[in-house]
Structure formats: C-alpha cells, structure tokens
Ligand binder design. Structure first.
Ligand code: FAD
Ligand code: SF4
Length: 510
C-alpha cells in the first residue's frame, strides 16, 4: 500500500497529526502551480511568501524523515495544474490511497471532490486541524436565528473554549471593550520598530520573473520582511506579546501617516498559511497578559482575542455557510470600476494615497485602512464588488478567499445585503479626520463639501445615501442618517449630488 498525501500552500501546519508518524509508504506532495499564481494577479510579496514558506515546510518534513515530492514553479516536470499533477504522480508512483486536508477555499474543495470521484483508488479527506471551529459550526449555531451577529457567536466561542471567562461570565465583567478600541494615535506613545526578517529572496524573485508570472506591487528582494517559517512565525508572536500588545486595543482603529503598522501584529500571513495556529496565538497572548497584568490592560487583550476567536472564525463560518452564491452577491447593484491609482497609489487624496501606496509597497494595510479608507471609497463610488474583490484578493499577503471574500464583499461593500454588517461601513471625511492625521496634509479640505478642493468623501457620502435610500429604508441602524438626508434642503442635496457625480465622472483625476 502506498499513500499520496497532498499539502496545499496554505496548509503548512507543523503540528498536524499526519506528521506524528514517519512512514516510507506515505509520500507527501507539494507544488507551486500556475493554477494558483494565475487565478488572480497576486502581489509579488504574496507569491514569494507562499513559495518560500512552502519550500521551508517541505525541508522541515524531509529533515524529519518524511518522504516529500516538491515541485518548484521552475521544475520542467511541474504540470502546474493540481489534478493533472496528482493523476500523473498516482500512476507513476503506483499509489493505492489518496489523502488530502480539507481546503479552505471553495474552488479547491470542488476541484478535489471532483477529482476523487474520478479515481479508481481509495481517497479520504482530513481536517486541517487549524481552526477552533469546523466548517459548519457557525451555521449550526445560528440555525433558526434571524440575524448572524458576530457578537453572539464570539461570546459562545469564549464560553465554549473558556477564554477570558470566569465560569460562564466574562473576565472583567464585560464581553467586549470595543468602545475603548477607538482612539486616535497620540504621538507621545512610541511605536516599536517593526520586526523584520531581512531575508534575501532574490533567487525566488528571479524564478518568478523568469516564469513570467504577472504580479502587482513592489518588493525589496534583499530585505524581505514577512515570516516564511514556523520559527519566524513564532518570533512575530513573541514580538507582538512583548512590544505591541500593550497598546493594541487602544489604537486598533487609528490611522496614522507616520507609521505603517502601528500596534498591529502582522501575524495574518503566518496564521493563514497555518504556520501558527489561532490557539497558539491566543494562548500566548493570554499567558503574557497574566504575567504582566500591571502593564497590560484587559481591554488590549480582549480587543485582540475578539479579532481571532471572533472575527476570523466567524468569517470562515459565513464563507462556508453562504458559498458559492456569496461570491456573486451585489445587493446594492453597484457597477463602477476601480481607478488606475489602485495600482499606482497616485492620487491627491492623502488618506487613500497612503493606504494604497502602503498596500502596493508592503502587501499589507491594517483593518481600518482596508475598511474605512479604501473600502469606504470603493463603496461610496459604487464600484462593482467583483472589481473590489479581485483587487483585495490580489494585493494583500494574507488574502485567501475564505477570509477575503466575507470581509470585502460582505463587511466592507455591503454586497451581501447585510449578512455580516448591520449597516454599510461608509463615512464622510470627518471620520477619517477624527481617526487620523491625514487631512492636515491633504490637497483637499475636509471641512468643505462643494468647493473645488472639497474633500471627495463628503459629497460622495450624501450622494451614496441618496442613491441607495430604498435599500436602507428599513434598516434601523441607518435611520438617523436617513432622517438627516431627508432634512437636507433640496437645493443643497442637488448641488451635493451634482458635485459627487462630477467627481465620479472624473474619478481618475482625484
Ligand atoms: P491585527 O490587527 O493584529 O489582528 C490580529 C489578527 O486578527 C489578524 O492577523 C487576523 O488573523 C485576525 N483578524 C482581524 N480582523 C479580522 C477580520 N475582519 N477577519 C478575519 N480575521 C481578522 N484578513 C485576512 O487575513 N485576509 C484577508 O484577505 C482580509 N481581507 C480584508 C478585507 C477587508 C475589506 C477588511 C476590512 C479586512 C480584511 N481582513 C483580512 C481582516 C484584517 O484587515 C486583517 O486580518 C488584518 O489587517 C491583518 O493584519 P494583522 O495581522 O496585523 O492584524
Ligand atoms: Fe482623505 Fe478627505 Fe482627509 Fe483628504 S481631506 S485625507 S481626501 S478624508
């Protein structure tokens, strides 16, 4: 009997029970494939990070005595398509059993299920042993309930896993310290220098270029900063606990032009590639909190735990509950296109210029840049969610469809009709001004709505509300904004709309 076990690029889980035993009858296969590099145009740093992490993982397995067949993107015998590659190996190696870990992406799930149906050998799927929840746990939890509130799922998760709880009650008397997580960054609080690994990735970049893989963004190939091994992933976690956790919650929503990462962990790639598990991350953060309770407040820790135990597991559950229809939802019937500066960062809007340039330079933007700057702009300009999804899925180092899609199409673009967000995340320039230092250095004036140099977000905001008012007529969370819209004098509304329409017509020049 000879078993072939597939390990996908985002299944780099050192702790998986597959690896508890060594066997000469088990062959592991890993492959860098055009199928994966080409389904969307990815950021160069994302392709590098995946390839390098996969290579490091394969070496780790080999060093530990496992049999591994690894196909590099440049290998002549790499068939570059998953099922062709597997079929070839099964016949060449006289494989009698095929095994795989359940993929997190719907397209790969379908591909592998279909593939197994064609096989005349036995096949079996395994859990990836990474998440707290199974694919269907969220759907089961919300069965029969009207709304799919993240907060109720999160509380259940806290209780089920005894995380920051005392019996069935929350530690500190409150489940959620969100209102303490909404501060503007104060410059007197020093931000530690970001942990960087400085890896030389020139060879792999050359390989990618030679294969003519189309990518977006830039890379400093002599100084690659993302973690690409389990050891480095653990270092990211340690660094976060030691230097950043203390202020994480307080400045979680802050926007600041002077620093790219503020107090964010930048652990999403290590997590999404499974080099580190959510349980390890949460356990380390909580242990650190208990060791340093004088210095670290509960609100900082709860704010972080909520992102991983709450949001991350929640969006995954929504993905598996709602796919494949979710991917085509366009509840607000938006049709716009993204302007070219999404690929160059060249816009006069300081907030967007900063968030876009940073995304293109580092393959990273933090949550509020993604939600309240970039996503806010694409929603206010009524961009088609397919365009928005494609950009987000390509540009970010951590973008894998199961987590990108619900965040972008759902939370950010409200294209799912309110499954995830109870109201659209849109704002005028005043929110950005409140949370950032962008506006003082901007070409546009955040206090103006109609003048030539008025902040575009201001007229776009009211125009959006007016355009979409029937969609929000019964949304009580929008009632206040809708009543303000109603109270606007007709002449003022007409001028505001005229301004917004002209901005949208000239979107490339903003
Ligand atoms: P931190 O701010 O330090 O947070 C810690 C961890 O919490 C993150 O690493 C992540 O694993 C988890 N987390 C936080 N918020 C979310 C969330 N909303 N959903 C899921 N996990 C969350 N995250 C991705 O991993 N991949 C994506 O493709 C992605 N696309 C996004 C698109 C939009 C429009 C928005 C608004 C958010 C998106 N997020 C995505 C969530 C979040 O922005 C990133 O997880 C976070 O910015 C990663 O940086 P960090 O590790 O420094 O996070
Ligand atoms: Fe952004 Fe408007 Fe502020 Fe400029 S003025 S940074 S466009 S919110």
């Amino acid at each position: 009997m000879k078993t072939l076990r597939l390990i996908l690029g985002d299944q780099l889980n050192h702790e998986h029970s597959w690896f508890d035993k060594k066997s000469n009858d088990v062959l592991y296969v890993m492959a860098e494939m055009r199928q994966e590099t080409d389904y969307v145009k990815h950021h160069i740093q994302k392709v590098v990070a995946f390839f390098l992490s996969m290579r490091n993982f394969a070496s780790h397995l080999t060093d530990n005595g496992h049999q591994v067949r690894y196909y590099k993107i440049s290998d002549k015998d790499n068939l570059n398509e998953l099922t062709a590659l597997l079929s070839n190996l099964i016949s060449k190696e006289k494989i009698t059993h095929f095994e795989y870990q359940l993929p997190d992406e719907y397209r790969l799930d379908v591909q592998l299920k279909d593939f197994c149906k064609t096989l005349n050998i036995e096949s079996k799927s395994f859990d990836s042993e990474h998440f707290y929840t199974s694919r269907t746990e969220l759907a089961e939890f919300f069965e029969g309930k009207k709304s799919l509130l993240m907060e109720s799922f999160y509380r259940e998760m806290r209780k089920n896993h005894n995380i920051l709880t005392v019996g069935d009650l929350p530690l500190g008397g409150k489940w959620n310290f969100d209102h303490q997580n909404r501060n503007k960054y104060k410059e007197e609080v020093p931000i530690p220098f970001p942990l960087q690994f400085g890896t030389d990735v020139s060879d792999i970049v050359k390989e990618i270029e030679e294969q003519k893989i189309k990518t977006i963004g830039t890379i400093n190939s002599k100084n690659f900063e993302w973690p690409t091994s389990r050891k480095q992933s653990l270092e990211v976690l340690d660094y976060f606990c030691e230097h950043l956790l203390e202020h994480f919650g307080t400045y979680q929503d802050a926007l600041y032009s002077g620093h790219k990462y503020l107090f964010h962990s930048r652990i999403s790639f290590a997590l999404n590639s499974k080099m580190i598990s959510p349980k390890e991350v949460i356990d380390a953060v909580i242990a650190n909190f208990h060791k340093n309770e004088d210095a670290i407040e509960l609100s900082q820790v709860e704010g972080f735990v909520r992102q991983i135990l709450g949001w991350r597991e929640y969006v995954r559950g929504i993905y598996w509950k709602e796919m494949p229809e979710y991917k085509t939802k366009n509840g607000l019937e938006n049709t716009g296109k993204l302007p070219d500066y999404f690929w160059t960062g060249k816009t006069k809007m300081k907030c967007l210029q900063h968030a876009l340039s940073q995304s293109l330079d580092t393959a990273y933007a933090h949550h509020i840049q993604r939600l309240m700057v970039i996503g806010n702009f694409t929603l206010l300009t009524q961009t088609h969610p397919d365009e928005v999804d494609e950009w987000y899925l390509g540009v970010y180092i951590d973008a894998i469809e199961w987590v990108e899609l619900p965040n972008t199409r759902g939370m950010s673009q409200y294209a799912d009709g309110g499954i995830i967000a109870t109201k659209p995340y849109v704002s005028s320039g005043s929110y950005i001004n409140k949370m950032s230092n962008y506006c003082s250095g901007c070409h546009y004036n955040v206090k103006e709505k109609l003048t030539d140099n008025a902040c575009p977000f201001n007229s776009l905001y009211w125009h959006f509300l007016d355009e979409k008012k029937e969609y929000f007529a019964n949304n009580h969370r929008m009632a206040m904004m809708m009543s303000l819209l109603k109270k606007m004098k007709p002449a003022e509304l007409a001028a505001t709309k005229e301004k917004a329409i002209s901005l949208m017509e000239n979107i490339e020049n903003l």
